[in-house]
Design a binder for this molecule. Structure first.
Ligand code: ZN
Ligand code: ZN
Length: 275
């Protein structure tokens, strides 16, 4: 099984990352991609990816962290993107991510002045465009994060899209929005499905409509704990729990878990250009 999106680079796993990895391998997880969310976490993603032959990293700055880059000149954004670009040549780096647009109003954020206003969104747009350029320039895959910002995301994708990105882009943790499915079909993107598919009826209805050859599985660990673990409050989520997502997708699609595992693993390899 391929966990195409989990944050083993996060502090949450600092003390037990080796145990979490050994539980993942025991559960049948064969491949993992660890996405970055800022420069430091991208470096950490590369470091953790070196723990196993079939672990890989993505590097990039999450739209939420565009908040730090809202300066009047663009020097800071440029210098951080230079750091990201330096990491791209590392053999473990398969993608730019996670990058995109996010208009969700977060309650727990480290930014004291945090507000989702036009200045913040404009900074996100600029940061997102520049990440897309990096993916095209270096022929890397692209992990898209979108939360409550579909219009913004779609308009930037339409303007910055390059045919090179086809079959190499994923709408990670894709919201249950038919417009996103249409865009994904038009541009040959993959759709990432997470633990909420085990309990969220609108997600289940959405996944029913997504062709299996467009689907990749992801835990988004340490977030989005699947059922029944959610009711049991077994935080945090970890890659071994991908099995619950595979079972849920198999049930929804009328396939066996083995079929879902085989097809989504092949999809993940194609997405990230992995042999
Ligand atoms: Zn995300
Ligand atoms: Zn993520």
């Amino acid at each position: 099984m391929f966990d195409t999106h989990c944050h083993l680079n996060f502090k949450r796993f600092k003390k037990n990352v080796d145990e979490v990895i050994s539980r993942a391998l025991k559960a049948g997880i064969t491949h993992i991609v660890i996405p970055g969310t800022d420069v430091k976490q991208s470096q950490k993603a590369v470091e953790v990816a070196q723990k196993h032959d079939q672990f890989y990293a993505a590097v990039g700055i999450h739209p939420h962290h565009a908040f730090e880059l809202m300066t009047n000149d663009q020097l800071q954004m440029t210098s951080e993107l230079d750091e990201i670009e330096k990491l791209i040549s590392h053999p473990k780096v398969v993608a730019i991510g996670e990058v995109g647009m996010d208009k969700h109003v977060y309650e727990n954020t480290k930014y004291s002045e945090y507000a989702v206003d036009e200045r913040f969104i404009e900074t996100q747009r600029e940061l997102f465009r520049r990440h897309i350029e990096l993916a095209i320039k270096h022929n890397k895959s692209l992990i898209l994060h979108n939360r409550e910002a579909t219009d913004e995301l779609v308009s930037i994708l339409n303007n910055s899209w390059d045919a090179k990105l086809e079959h190499q882009t994923v709408l990670h943790c894709c919201e249950a929005d038919e417009r996103l499915l249409a865009i994904a079909k038009d541009h040959n993107m993959f759709i990432g499905v997470d633990g909420d598919v085990t309990f969220d009826v609108s997600k289940q209805e959405f996944i029913k409509k997504v062709p299996i050859d467009m689907l990749v599985l992801e835990t988004d660990s340490p977030f989005i704990l699947p059922e029944p673990l959610l009711s049991q409050k077994k935080y945090p989520n970890e890659p071994a729990h991908l099995t619950y997502i595979a079972q849920s997708v198999a049930h929804i699609k009328g396939l066996t878990v083995e079929e879902v595992t085989r097809i989504t693993t092949e999809n993940g390899k194609r997405l990230f250009q992995i042999e």
